[in-house]
Every structure is written in C-alpha cells, then in structure tokens.
Design a protein around this ligand. Sequence first.
Ligand code: NAD
Length: 254
Amino acid sequence: MIVPGRLEGRVAIVTGAGSGFGAGIARRYAREGARVACVDIDLDAARAVADSLEGPGGHAFRCDIADGASWAMMVAETTARFGPFDTIVANAALTQKPARLAKTPERDLDRLLAVNIKSFYHLAVHALPVLRKRGGGAVVNIASVTAVRPRPGMAWYQATKAAVVSLTQTMAAELAPDRIRVNAIAPAVGATPMLQSMFGPDDQASIDRVVATIPLGRLCTPDDIAAAAVYLASDEASFVTGAVLPVDGGRLVG
Ligand SMILES: NC(=O)c1ccc[n+]([C@@H]2O[C@H](COP(=O)([O-])OP(=O)(O)OC[C@H]3O[C@@H](n4cnc5c(N)ncnc54)[C@H](O)[C@@H]3O)[C@@H](O)[C@H]2O)c1
C-alpha cells in the first residue's frame, strides 16, 4: 500500500523518462505529489509519459544528456516552467551489445562514455547550481548491480556503471556542505526496452539464463526502482547520502 504525498511540493527532473525505469519513476513521483520534468532525447516518448502523469503532473523536455548546450536549454526551460527544481534523477543511459572487449566499435564506445559518464559533468555544470542556489536537494543516480557483479561481454557498459557508483560517492562527499544528498540505485537486469537492445527481441533463452542468476527469480521492474527512487529523494532519507542501494532480487548475494 503506497501512502501518497511523500514528495508533495517537490519539482523533479527525471532523465530518460520516456521509457523503462525512468517512466516508472516519473509516474510514481507525480503520484507522490511532485511536479515532474520528463526529460528525454526522444521528445515524443517523454510527452506520452508526461501526459499520463497523475497528481500535479509534469511536462516533457527534450535533452541529449551527452550535450552541454542541450542541458543548458533544458534547465532554463524547466526552471521557467516550474521554478527551481529540488530533485534530479540521473537515469538515462545507453547499454552495449554483448561483445568481447575489443569487439565493440570505437564509435559506439565513445557515445556510451559520453551518454553514461560525461553527462554527469554536464549535470554538475548546468543543473547542480540550481540545487545549490535553492539551498539543497536530492540527486538519485541509476547505476547497476553489474558495476560490482559484472558479466562477461558487457565490459564497457559495466565500466560506465562503476563510474556512476564512484561519482555518486564523490558527489555525496563534495556536495554535503551544500545540503545536496546524492545516492544511487543498483538495479538487476530489468524488464524494460533496454533488455531488448541488449539481447534482441526474440532471445528468451538469454533472458531465462539471466533470470536464473537472480535469487528472487524474476527481472527487476520499473515499480521496484521507482519505490527506491521515492525513498532516496524523500525526507525519510534525509540522513542518507553516498549510498548505493541494490534493488537486485539478491543478485549480489546469490
Ligand atoms: N534495464 C536493465 O536491465 C537495467 C539494469 C540495471 C541498470 N539499468 C539502468 O537503468 C537506467 C534506465 O534503463 P532502462 O532499462 O529504463 O532503459 P530504456 O532504454 O528503457 O530507457 C532509457 C531512456 O533514456 C533515453 N535516452 C537514451 N539516451 C539519451 C540521451 N543521450 N539523452 C537523453 N535521454 C536519453 C532513451 O530515449 C530512453 O527513453 C539506465 O541508467 C540503465 O543503465 C538498466
């Protein structure tokens, strides 16, 4: 049973809100009382989610998180519409096709690094000043359990998620004096479109093999991640910073 209103009066940016975990987080945040900036490189997808929000609702904004100018414009548009935001969910990311180390095309690697890691530089330059100026806030980063429990064939994606864990810890230490809390969620493999971009639409055998490695015996859902993201953004977590919360069905201990 969800008690509504845990994010009453809040304004949240959710990147990658057009799909998967981000869409689930945006919907739950709105139900908990936040106004939500649904940010995505795919504006139509973000609009569809923004239009579906309950509670105080939200609005869709286009942003390529790998691009600083795109961040600057999105932050300006968001604050013009909602006023200063207090919560940022850094969720958008790319994955890679399973491949041995040297088999990933260099161009794909460069884009992966830009979207999954360099985007945090742009977030720091363009979005953190808004939190700092309003006197604090919460950042929730979406990492992955694969950052610390890797599988073969996913080296570069997993390395970017290990970087998200490291960045979360450094950001938490560096931003605590500004009253900005920074935490991460480490999901197990999820039932989202990202799964298909990893394995292809018909590869049920690979999905079954992955599920067999998760003690609770199922894929992670957007609701699982949204529940954790509400907690970490809410005042219930007011003394929690620098944490990396596994939401992984026991993958780490299995
Ligand atoms: N699905 C999984 O198995 C899984 C497991 C662990 C962690 N994660 C992490 O969870 C997060 C969400 O994953 P998901 O499964 O919901 O993915 P998804 O592919 O379903 O959704 C990702 C969203 O991000 C958007 N996006 C991609 N590049 C962007 C860019 N440059 N700028 C702005 N938006 C961009 C896409 O358009 C899409 O709407 C990611 O950080 C991912 O690494 C996913």
